[in-house]
Ligand binder design. Structure first.
Ligand code: FUB
Length: 311
């Protein structure tokens, strides 16, 4: 009986710790968290918001010059592994563009591929954002940026998924959500981009994050119809769809951060949603902080709505 009580206290403590941890990163702003499980640790690759000022970015807008990676074995104690990619060290990025937006990182055949969007120097290629890759032997780097961005990708918020047959896919957004197959080298498209249709037509859809569970492909994404983003999902039987809009993962924030951006992982038998909010900057929603909360599935595979543990 005493052992049972001790176990219960331990369990309660660990639940309380998880609920009490948000925001996860406290030494800097962080946003757009892509979490990945590598070995027995969770690695989070977020964007790194800084405050723009005269001569550094566009005042009042998103301002990002580099990326850090963080890792944790318990989702409570986080190690900052330091800066992994800086705009000044990427040959194709337009100098002083401060546009190192939402990234992703994926492991494939002994290498870690870090995907990130930014503005290119060469505007004949695209006047907006494109996506590049940096490659490392370890999840915390050092990462070596490729000299050129991925051809035929125009947009932001790259996300990578590798299916059970080994085929890799790249997703990104440009008003709507796009997807294409990746070649084995992970740095070139193997098919023409397609719009992942059948998502609701009205409003911006961005930040795609695709995962598979029990044979179902979940395309999850922030969607804004009315100023603030809501995390939604659509399901399908194939990594490139068609997808059927199925539900909401997280409602719009009532306290005004207009973006949300997320990822979903399973770690030690529990599913988690990583997302962001402007916890340390309530008056300016482009200085954000990342959070995580537990996520649960219903028996029919639908996702239960996640209620943030800190608003
Ligand atoms: O962080 C800059 C942009 O805001 C991201 O690329 C979007 O997904 C939104 O979170």
């Amino acid at each position: 009986y005493i052992v049972l009580i001790c176990l219960q206290v331990l369990l309660l403590n660990s639940t309380m710790q998880l609920n009490a941890q948000n925001p996860l990163i406290r030494n800097q702003f962080s946003a757009d968290p892509t979490a990945r499980v590598f070995g027995d640790r969770v690695y989070v690759y977020p964007s790194h918001d800084i405050i723009a000022k005269e001569g550094r970015g566009r005042v009042g807008w998103f301002c990002m010059e580099d990326y850090h990676v963080f890792s944790s074995a318990n989702l409570t104690d986080w190690t900052d592994h330091g800066m992994i990619v800086h705009q000044d060290n990427v040959p194709w990025v337009k100098p002083n563009s401060y546009s190192m937006w939402a990234p992703d990182c994926f492991y494939f055949k002994g290498k870690y591929y870090f995907y990130f969007p930014s503005m290119p120097k060469d505007t004949s290629y695209t006047r907006g954002f494109t996506v590049g890759v940096a490659i490392a032997d370890k999840p915390e780097g050092p990462f070596v940026p490729q000299p050129m961005p991925i051809s035929n990708v125009r947009g932001i918020d790259p996300n990578v998924f590798i299916d059970k047959d080994g085929q890799a896919y790249l997703y990104w957004s440009q008003g709507n959500i796009y997807g294409a197959k990746l070649k084995e080298n992970m740095v070139e498209l193997a098919s023409d981009p397609v719009v992942l249709g059948e998502l609701p037509g009205k409003g911006l859809k961005e930040g795609p994050y695709l995962f598979e569970r029990n044979g179902t492909y979940y395309l999850t994404y922030p969607h804004v119809e009315n100023k603030i983003e809501r995390l939604e999902y659509a399901i399908g039987n194939n990594p490139l769809g068609p997808f059927r809009v199925t539900g909401v993962i997280m409602d719009e924030s009532p306290s005004g951060c207009w973006t949300n951006h997320h990822s979903i992982i399973q770690f030690k038998d529990q599913w988690y949603l990583f997302y962001h909010h402007n916890d340390y900057s309530p008056k300016f929603d482009k200085a954000r902080s990342i959070r995580a909360d537990s996520l649960f599935f219903n028996t029919d595979g639908t996702i239960q709505k996640v209620v943030p543990t800190l608003r």
